[in-house]
Write a protein that binds this ligand. Structure first.
Ligand code: SF4
Length: 216
């Protein structure tokens, strides 16, 4: 049974053949290089979860991380839905779509929630990952009416990116958009090669059997 995630769908948009190998065949694995030997996400998670000191390389993020911490956020929150878009345990075998989010805050009294995602690279704003997170979160907490999603750019300040507002009343067309992408994938035969999309990303791709492989 195939389950989907933002990473899968994003990879499929960049190169379907890479997505087939990485997420369906699972015969190659992406290795994530950690800048300067520091795993930003892991360090920030430990800091927010239990106050572990941040390494000097992340000292510039401390004031923002502390303000998140003082406001009582949850960290690394996992959401998942089944094929009926009903909430389900993240590790359940019937998971259809799943996602983990770095910083989450929920105010039940005002039916509002916040989703934040640490981003290490250069600023390249996109609401996609946060939008899928808002859909998964509101499936879990149907009383939420509004989710504010923000990318937090670690190496540019840190800086809060564009705030995106996702209203639950607009969930229908938003789900339809993601489900259409998944339906397109499900029409393909996973036993035969999918479209190869050569790009600069080939340099980081681990799919050695592809003619465009460049040692990534
Ligand atoms: S090397 Fe490039 S074309 Fe080949 S699978 Fe990877 S990303 Fe796609």
């Amino acid at each position: 049974v195939t389950s989907y995630s933002y990473s899968f769908l994003d990879q499929d948009r960049n190169c379907p053949e890479a997505a087939r190998h990485l997420f369906i065949l699972k015969d190659f694995k992406k290795t994530y290089t950690v800048a300067g030997g520091i795993d930003d996400h892991r360090e920030l998670e430990k800091h927010l979860r239990n106050g572990a000191p941040l390494p000097p390389e992340l000292a510039h993020v401390a004031p923002m991380a502390n303000s998140f911490r003082n406001s009582g956020v949850e960290v690394e929150v996992a959401y998942a839905v089944d094929r009926d878009l009903k909430p389900i345990n993240f590790w359940h075998e019937n998971v259809f779509i799943r996602g983990k989010y770095d910083i989450v805050r929920h105010w039940p009294e005002t039916r509002h929630a916040f989703l934040g995602d640490w981003k290490s690279g250069k600023i390249r704003e996109s609401s996609d990952q946060l939008e899928l997170g808002a859909l998964l979160m509101t499936a879990r907490y149907p009383t939420i009416e509004r989710v504010t999603g923000v990318n937090v750019w670690i190496n540019s300040g840190p800086k809060l990116g564009t705030p995106y507002e996702f209203r639950t009343e607009e969930n229908g067309p938003r789900w339809a958009k993601w489900l259409k992408r998944i339906a397109e994938i499900e029409q393909r035969d996973a036993a035969v090669e999918w479209e190869r999309r050569e790009s600069g990303l080939c340099a980081y791709c681990p799919v050695k059997v592809c003619p465009n492989y460049r040692g990534g």
